[in-house]
Every structure is written in structure tokens, then in C-alpha cells.
Design a protein around this ligand. Structure first.
Ligand code: HEC
Length: 479
């Protein structure tokens, strides 16, 4: 996987190559030396632009990231500079060929200056990518009213119409290019291109795309911390439970009196909706059947941060309902820690190692330490487990993991959670389950599919976690 450093290096290398080229071009002013320089420069800049686009695409996770995140914007800026360099080089090459021998050195200087300026610009953007803060991958703003949704059912007929329209427009573009190059047939070519383009029968956007808004691709950048999650829970109970129900099952006491039944806010919601769309829905309110809004807009009552807190709380609740099945991955709640060797003070500081988070039960039989993972004991203020690598003694930490287990805090003792190297919750064992990890404790894989960790217990589970890492970018700020 490329990272921001790799991208910055690629951008700086492209700029530096152009700079070196422009210097060498200035140094060789002999007449007639148009040489192969310019075509090579154009090809190089084009290649670099393509390569950077691919790297940026992978790092920013596709079109939304490229168009909506700060990193994406910088990558697009470098690509634009490189494309300008390629176009400028191609144009200069054509002009140079027709210039007289006496004019050539002047052209050469102009060309060197232009490339130099563009190269410096590419270098500046490359350095900016280098110095980006972590949350630059957060998508600030989706610029279109529609977005592509891979889950939207699109009929084969619509696909055929789309391909036909694309082919027709492509043919029109070829004719247009031919018209620019051709002498005698220019008008005929132009007319044919216009006719083809106008006759293209595009399917309506609704058939292929879903409605989007400016925050569609935004994701929560709040730390997934016990404090935020519990605040979210309090806000939920105060503002939402009357309609959506204390258990988020859509059965609040006001539900029956509403024009539309309130939604169940469980795993399916997070599977089918983008986080950013949910945020938008809560801030802007719901449908308005017959002029009576079903759900009020909360944009005035709650600030954007509080809405994320509520959604993060609901996300952890949804995890509790099915152990993460059928929904996108959920991070492990980040709690304050006290580690024996002082290696971290928060759970997020333990990234890179698999963790076992255990709600300490004083009377339970001690489980042997396992060298393959670190043990974090939740002790709820009480004296801890002497063998644990780290202890989270806070009551908040305990309550947050009780939420993840879907049990009241008083019944959490004995529960265990497996957290992978990147901090995602991957498996859990509820209190009262078998005394060791078994084949039944499946690992939550990417996209919420359960990996079958058949037989073998803990070892198999750890292997399954590493075999199918969660590829979602984690853009949460950890304080
Ligand atoms: C007055 C009752 C009421 C209150 C209060 C309320 N909701 Fe809703 N909510 C509804 C109804 C009814 C719907 C379904 C219709 C719709 O989407 O407009 C809904 C839909 C939603 C949806 C969209 C679900 C989907 O399928 O896309 C989300 C998310 C949501 N509510 C979250 C919240 C949150 C979070 C709060 C508290 C901050 C809240 N609601 C408060 C009544 C309410």
C-alpha cells in the first residue's frame, strides 16, 4: 500500500526531473538542437501524471477521496501541473519545427523557463503532500449532487444504454479531432461530430447514481474513545430515544404517532448507508410526508461533533447486536491505560500488536498469558490482574466495552475482545461463553463478513485477522 510519503516522493521526483531537464536545455543553446528533448519531456510528464493519479487513487480510496480530500486535491494539482508541462512541451515542439534557425535559441530559453517554473510548482505541491497532517485523507466536501453506489441495482438495459452513449460520444470526439487536423473535410467532420454527440441517448442519472450531498463521503474524525461514545449515548437517550427507542430498535414511545415509522438504527443501517449521509440526515431532518416532518432537523440543536458522537455510539451498539456481522468494521473503543512497561497510555498507542481486552472477573479461572498478543485488563476501579500487560481501570472504559458486548455493565465481567494490529474489533467472547476461544468465535473480516475460523481457537483467529486485514482508512484523530 502506498502512503503519503510515497506520493510526495513521486511528485518531488517528477518536479526534480523536469527541473534538471530545464537546466540542461538552457545550457545547450546550439542552433538546430531541437533534438528529441521536447517529445521525451511530454511523454515523461504524461507518464508521471498517470502514475501519480494511480498512486493517489489508491491512497485516497477512489474518486471521492481524489475529489473531496485535501490529499486528493494536492494530487490533482500535481497531475494538472504535469499535464500542463506535457501540453506545453508538445506545443513548443510544433512551433519550434517551423521556427527559423536564428529563432531557435530564443525558443529553447523560453522552453527551459516554462519547464523550470512548472517543475518548481510540482516541487512545492510535492512538499505540501509530504507535510500533510494525518486527517488530510478526511473527505471535506463532495462536489456533486449524485454519486456512484456499487450497491445500487442497475438493469442490464441501462448499462447497454450507457455503453452505447459512451461509444457514440467517443466517436464524436474522434471526429472532432479529425476535423481539427483535416483541411477539406473539416465542416463535414464537425457536423457529423455534433450530430453524433447530440443524438447520444444517455440514461437518466437516477438509473445509475444515488443522490448525494456535500457531506456524503465524510467520516467521523473523532477519536473512538470511551468518553465520546458514552457522551454519544447520553445525547442519543436525550434526543432520539423517544422515537427510535432506547435500544435503537425503532420502537420509542412516540413512534406510533408519527407519519412514518422511525428507522431501526442497527447493523443494516451502517451497511447500507454512508456515514456522511447519516450525518446529513440527522442534521437536516427526515422526509416530509404530507407536510408533517417525520424527523426534526438536529443541525441547530446538536453541533456536527455531537452528531458524530451519537453516530459512533450507534455504530458500537450495532456491533453489539451481531458481533459485527453484516456491517463495516468497528474500531475498538480507545481507553486510558496503565502499562507495566509504560509502553502506552492509551489503547491507540498499542497499534501494531494484536490485543486481547478482558473484562476482569476476580473469581474466573486465570487464563495463561499468550506471547502472541498483549493483554489489556478492564478492572472498573478494582485491583487488577497481576499478569496483564496493561490495565484500564476507568469506569468509563468498562462501560464502553459493556456497550460493545451489548450487556449491562454489571454483567460484563468475563467478556473478552480481540483487537487487530490496526485497532479494529475483530472478535468477542461474551460472559458465560465457553472458557476458551473456539471455532464459534468468528473473526469479523473486511465488509463485516465473518471469516470461518474453523477449529484451532486463538491461533486460528489471530491468523484469520492477519490474513484479511481491514483496509478502511482510519482517519480518526487520536488526542
Ligand atoms: C420525532 C421523532 C424522531 C426523533 C426525535 C428522531 N428521529 Fe430519526 N427518524 C425518525 C423517523 C420517523 C425516521 C424515518 C423516516 C425518515 O427517514 O425521515 C427517522 C430516520 C432516521 C435516520 C435515517 C435512517 C435511514 O434509514 O436512512 C437516522 C440516521 C436517524 N433517524 C437518526 C436519528 C438520530 C441520531 C436522532 C437523535 C439525534 C433521531 N433520529 C431523532 C424519527 C425521529
Amino acid at each position: 500500500m502506498v502512503n503519503t510519503g510515497g506520493l510526495a516522493l513521486a511528485a518531488v521526483a517528477a518536479g526534480a526531473a523536469m527541473l534538471a531537464w530545464s537546466r540542461s536545455a538552457r545550457r545547450v543553446p546550439q542552433a538546430g538542437a531541437a533534438g528529441p528533448g521536447l517529445p521525451w519531456l511530454a511523454a515523461g510528464a504524461l507518464g508521471a501524471a498517470g502514475g501519480l493519479l494511480v498512486l493517489g487513487w489508491r491512497q485516497a480510496q477512489g474518486v471521492p477521496g481524489l475529489l473531496g480530500s485535501r490529499l486528493g486535491h494536492l494530487v490533482l494539482a500535481v497531475v494538472l501541473v504535469l499535464l500542463l508541462a506535457a501540453a506545453g512541451a508538445a506545443w513548443l515542439h510544433r512551433r519550434q519545427a517551423s521556427a527559423s534557425a536564428a529563432e531557435r535559441p530564443a525558443w529553447r530559453r523560453l522552453e527551459a523557463m516554462l519547464t523550470g517554473a512548472l517543475a518548481l510548482l510540482a516541487l512545492v505541491f510535492g512538499t505540501a503532500i509530504w507535510r500533510l497532517p494525518g486527517e488530510a485523507l478526511a473527505i471535506a466536501h463532495w462536489p456533486f449532487a449524485w454519486r456512484y453506489d456499487p450497491d445500487l441495482p442497475v438493469s442490464p438495459h441501462t448499462w447497454r444504454r450507457l455503453w452505447a452513449a459512451l461509444a457514440q460520444t467517443g466517436a464524436a470526439a474522434v471526429l472532432l479531432a479529425a476535423a481539427l487536423a483535416a483541411g477539406r473535410w473539416r465542416l463535414a467532420c464537425l457536423a457529423a461530430a455534433a450530430a453524433l454527440a447530440l443524438a447520444a441517448d444517455w440514461p437518466r442519472p437516477q438509473m445509475l447514481l444515488t443522490e448525494a450531498n456535500r457531506s456524503s463521503y465524510q467520516r467521523s474524525a473523532l477519536p473512538f474513545s470511551d468518553a465520546n461514545l458514552l457522551d454519544g449515548g447520553r445525547l442519543y437517550q436525550a434526543h432520539c430515544a423517544a422515537c427510535h427507542g432506547a435500544a435503537a430498535d425503532g420502537r420509542g414511545e412516540r413512534a406510533a404517532g408519527l407519519p412514518v415509522w422511525p428507522s431501526v438504527l442497527g447493523p443494516a443501517l451502517f451497511e447500507n448507508r454512508l456515514e456522511g449521509d447519516l450525518h446529513w440526515r440527522v442534521a437536516e431532518g427526515g422526509q416530509v410526508p404530507a407536510g408533517r416532518p417525520a424527523m426534526p432537523a438536529f443541525g441547530q440543536t446538536l453541533d456536527p461533533r455531537q452528531i458524530w458522537q451519537v453516530l459512533d455510539y450507534l455504530r458500537l451498539r450495532a456491533y453489539a447486536a451481531g458481533g459485527g456481522a453484516g456491517m463495516p468494521a468497528v474500531p475498538a473503543p480507545v481507553v486510558a491505560l496503565d502499562c507495566r512497561d509504560g509502553r502506552a497510555t492509551r489503547l491507540s498507542g498499542l497499534r501494531g500488536l494484536p490485543l486481547r481486552v478482558v473484562a476482569y472477573a476476580p473469581r474466573a479461572p486465570e487464563e495463561p498469558q499468550d506471547p502472541r498478543l498483549l493483554t489489556v485488563a478492564l478492572t472498573r476501579g478494582g485491583a487488577g490482574w497481576p499478569d496483564a500487560d496493561c490495565v484500564a481501570a476507568g469506569a468509563q472504559a468498562w462501560d464502553a466495552y459493556a456497550l460493545a458486548a451489548g450487556v449491562p455493565p454489571d454483567e460484563l465481567a468475563g467478556a473478552q475482545f480481540l483487537v487487530d494490529r490496526r485497532g479494529w474489533l475483530r472478535a468477542r467472547r461474551l460472559p458465560g461463553a465457553a472458557p476458551a476461544w473456539t471455532s464459534a468465535d468468528n473473526v469479523c473480516g473486511p465488509a463485516g463478513r465473518m471469516e470461518d475460523g474453523s477449529a484451532g481457537g486463538l491461533g486460528e483467529l489471530l491468523l484469520a485477522m492477519d490474513r484479511a486485514p481491514i483496509a478502511l482508512p482510519d482517519i480518526r484523530r487520536e488526542q
